[in-house]
Design a protein around this ligand. Structure first.
Ligand code: PMP
Length: 359
């Protein structure tokens, strides 16, 4: 009864809520909470640019990030290929959201989960994965070219274990397939095909490649822009065909790349933007104070890039990006006055927004 009274008083919420109820019905378990995320209009950013700045709220996925889609597709791919049977083990080399997504899916689907990660990662990350039932194996940091690299160790462990699979998020294209089959079609449907540009930060490249491939197939004029953090090679690769790092070490986590992954191979990318940490941090705090979204730095980077793309295109266009995850995991660093001051990133946050910082 209370809800009905509320509907009458606020007709807009009534309409929106009713539509959600009729379209969404009941999700089947955690796996059913992968995808069909809201597409949110960022009001302030849209008004500022005269464009529609829209973002897929990927933190609404069951495991809390954009990587849940890939996690589910990687597991389903292994099952389809007969590499993983009931009670089996999912193995991945990851320090971030893919591990969290896989661990959630494994609990829900009845698999074991083993995560190899560099041993320089924060306690919070290790403890979160352990809480999610994963066995965490910290490995001394060595480059990809070294056989002792945590990814190679993950592969070897899976190869030597019965009924285990290394999901290989970087080079297994089941990752981008998740976005070809879910994120791309959702964006097309939610915008009724009115989308002029998309821009995404890149870790494995699955999101950008998958969404880009689906949308280009629907409309070759959709402008696909790679948004790159400091210290990644992809900006120079798209702009100049050279795998050269841009300057600096970014505060962002989970994005930036040193090579062209198989998920990125053949992706229809029109342009790239190199986004500075000062813009990333500024936008992360603007999103919090002006739009009400508590998000991580890769989202700050995505929206900063979307605003730049909108300004380049001019008023009247629709630019789509995503809100990758929430700020909770990054609270200790990204919202610390001390850490931001050490990195010279305090002054890019408007004074009145600095109330959100802890010491
Ligand atoms: N944002 C965050 C927070 C991530 O963890 C990742 C993936 N590591 C991305 C963005 C980029 O996603 P993708 O791997 O699809 O390029």
């Amino acid at each position: 009864m209370a809800a009905i009274v509320c509907y009458r008083r606020i007709p807009l919420i009534n309409a929106v809520h009713k539509r959600c109820i009729s379209q969404d019905s009941i999700r089947k378990g955690l796996v059913g909470m992968m995808g069909r995320t809201p597409l949110v209009r960022l009001n302030k950013m849209s008004e500022e640019t005269g464009c529609e700045i829209l973002a897929k709220a990927e933190f609404c996925n069951g495991g809390g990030s954009v990587k849940d889609r890939a996690a589910l597709f990687l597991i389903q791919d292994a099952i389809k290929k007969g590499q993983l049977r009931a009670g089996g083990t999912v193995v991945e080399g990851t320090a971030g959201n893919t591990g969290i997504g896989l661990a959630h899916m494994c609990l829900s689907m009845g698999f074991k989960c083993v995560i190899y990660m560099p041993d320089n990662q924060s306690r919070e990350k290790i403890e979160l994965l352990q809480t999610l039932g994963a066995e965490v194996r910290p490995i001394p940091v060595v480059p990809w070219t070294d056989e002792k690299n945590y990814n190679h160790q993950a592969r070897r462990f899976a190869e030597s274990t019965d009924n285990a699979v290394w999901t290989n998020q970087f080079d297994n294209t089941a990752n981008r397939q998740a976005h070809i089959e879910t994120t791309g079609p959702e964006i097309w449907e939610q915008t009724a095909g009115k989308v002029d540009a998309v821009t995404f930060a890149t870790g494995t490249g699955g999101t950008l490649a998958g969404v880009g491939m689906f949308l280009k197939d629907k409309n070759p004029n959709v402008h696909v822009v790679l948004a790159d953090p400091q210290g990644s090679v992809l900006y120079n690769y798209v702009k100049h065909g050279k795998l050269e790092r841009t300057e600096g070490n970014s505060i962002t986590e989970g994005i930036g790349q040193g090579r062209v992954t198989r998920n990125l191979e053949g992706a229809p990318i029109d342009d790239a933007l190199a986004v500075q940490d000062t813009d990333v941090v500024n936008m992360t705090f603007r999103l919090l104070h002006e739009e009400g979204f508590f998000v991580g730095a890769s989202t700050g980077l995505n929206v900063s890039a979307a605003v730049q793309v909108a300004k380049q295109m001019g008023p009247g266009h629709t630019v789509v990006t995503c809100l990758c995850d929430t700020g909770h995991k990054y609270y200790a660093k990204l919202f610390s006055r001390k850490v931001l001051a050490e990195k010279g990133l305090l002054d890019c946050i408007p004074k009145e927004y600095q109330v959100s910082l802890h010491d």
